[in-house]
Design a protein around this ligand. Structure first.
Ligand code: XMP
Length: 509
């Protein structure tokens, strides 16, 4: 049985980051809503429990609270930020608004006798973000770290294995933060560290094989990281019992359709590529509203997929590339839908199958990549930046024509090539060109031009929920601009998008 740590989410912005850090320490963990019944937690028999931060004040009635019983299970608990205050409050300590709000990098002093700070420097920088503080410790707790403004930056009751940290060990601004989490996991929870991608791959392959038996498996392959890794995993597990359908809607980046086909040429699977460009373009003709474009593509995708799937007949399993961030139920509730994202999530209603399998549903994105490497998948598929399901349709503002697609493909290709040449492709998390349908006057040779404006977008981000625009050096931008206007006809102006998300989004439509 896999050692598991449970992370109870109180609505903090770093909940997934904590989980990723724990897994980086080779310990499997799951994020659960703070309302998860205690019986369910007991059933999992976790090695440890971590409470996340959250935006509330524990002493307010409406704030998330927790049943005291959780502290009596004999399972080690680590409270972080709000989680720390909640532990103090629930166990009879006092939490109140601090006179000075602490935010940002804070010089902190640690007691190295604490198992959490063992073998780490006595002084260091931590990342604080709180207005409340613990003004009185609960009985039998001692303070084991402090800063100038915060007498209880960490507290513990070693006998009961209860620990609290006011700062955020999971963010990189906290020096040795991951080491502190590791100390909790190994010194306090006594984990052995049995979570690794090679173990995961072996177990997953065995389980899929057992489950699938002689059945047929169907997968919609997009060429994105998740579906590609899933195809590789399934191929190792069930080989030719797998059929991958790759719907090429003609709105991929330059050469991409061929690249995806090529990447799977040597794998032991049935690979079906459907070239459906004409169908998609016919449906999209004259449509310029972003949401309508997205809906049309989503629906057409399903139709094409369905027609192809029918040729195979009834399949036993439909594989989906759902990953862990999609299945975590946040303690903060549902967020508003800004764009109707198109991915294969909508398929089940339309295809004849018996059961869905989602072998990646426990993995974070970086773990999916590790798994891809473990399985020997082509590096460029593993490193691929996100590409939206509707493809270039939402990177061409307004109506879509073949000419515009081809212009954009060429310009985008040059942009990507030069970013790679400048060695920036790992630092900029997503970058692409957008064909605005705006035209403006230019001069080329001695002639007037009246051509398209192309926008370049490059962002850095950890989770794609928020993003900053990438600071691409001017000389790199200059080279890109020069090459594009010279090599791609009908583009005579290039602009660089310098907005963050929010208030913008990453894609333009
Ligand atoms: P936005 O534009 O919402 O994009 O800031 C956030 C991330 O999601 C990607 N994206 C999509 N991915 N289907 C997808 O699978 C979609 O319809 C879709 N729309 C946007 C976008 O590229 C960025 O990485």
């Amino acid at each position: 049985m896999q050692e598991t740590v449970i992370i109870l989410d109180f609505g903090g912005q770093y909940n997934q980051l904590i989980a990723r850090r724990v897994r980086e320490c080779n310990v499997y963990c799951e994020v659960k809503n703070y309302k998860t019944p205690i019986e369910e937690i007991k059933k999992i028999a976790p090695q440890g429990i971590i409470f996340t931060g959250g935006p509330n004040s524990v002493y307010l009635e409406d704030s998330p609270h927790i049943d005291k019983e959780i502290f009596t299970l004999g399972v080690p608990v680590l409270g972080i930020c709000y989680g720390c205050q909640l532990m103090a409050y629930t166990l009879g300590g006092e939490v109140s608004a601090a006179q000075t709000r602490e935010y940002g990098k804070t010089s902190t002093k640690f007691d190295n006798d604490s198992p959490i700070f063992k073998d780490l420097p006595e002084n260091g920088i931590t990342w604080m973000s709180h207005t409340d503080h613990i003004s009185k410790l609960p009985e039998s707790f001692i303070s084991v770290a402090h800063s100038d403004n915060c007498p209880v930056a960490a507290m513990q009751n070693t006998e009961k294995k209860l620990y609290g940290i006011q700062f955020h060990p999971e963010v990189m601004h906290t020096e040795n933060g991951v080491e502190m989490l590791r100390n909790f996991l190994y010194n306090v929870c006594e984990c052995s560290g049995d979570w690794s991608m090679s173990n995961y791959a072996k177990t997953a392959i065995r389980e899929i094989r057992e489950k699938v038996g002689e059945g047929k498996v169907l997968l919609a392959l997009s060429g994105g990281v998740d579906s590609s890794v899933l195809a590789a995993l399934l191929s190792k597990a069930v080989g030719s019992k797998l059929t991958c359908i790759f719907v090429d809607h003609g709105l991929m980046r330059k050469n991409e359709g061929d690249e995806v086909e090529q990447a799977f040429a040597d794998w032991d699977i049935n690979f079906v590529r459907v070239n459906a460009k004409d169908k998609f373009l016919a449906k999209l003709a004259g449509v310029d509203d972003p949401e309508t474009k997205r809906k049309i593509i989503g629906e057409e995708f399903i139709r094409v997929f369905e027609a192809e799937a029918k040729k195979i007949g009834t399949v036993d399993f439909l594989a989906q590339g759902t990953i862990y961030p999609d299945v975590i139920e946040s303690g903060a509730g549902d967020a508003a839908v800004i764009k109707s994202h198109h991915n294969v999530g909508g398929l089940p209603d339309y295809v004849d199958f018996k059961e869905i399998i989602e072998p990646l549903r426990l993995l974070f994105k970086d773990e999916v990549r590790q798994l891809g490497s473990e399985l020997g998948l082509a590096e460029y598929l593993i490193r691929r930046q996100p590409f939206p399901g509707p493809g270039l349709a939402i990177r061409i503002i307004g109506d879509i024509t073949e000419e515009k697609i081809s212009l954009l493909q060429d310009a985008d290709f040059i942009f990507r090539e030069e970013i790679a040449n400048a060695g920036l492709d790992r630092d900029i998390h997503q970058y692409f060109a957008v064909l605005t349908s705006m035209r403006s006057v230019g001069v080329m040779g001695d002639s007037r031009t009246y051509d398209y404006t192309l926008a370049l977008r490059g962002v850095t981000t950890t989770d794609f929920m928020t993003a900053d625009f990438a600071r691409i050096p001017y000389d790199v931008l200059a080279k890109i601009s020069n090459r594009i206007v010279n090599e791609v006809a009908h583009i005579n102006r290039i602009v660089y998008d310098i907005t963050t998300k929010p208030p913008s989004t990453i894609e333009w439509e």
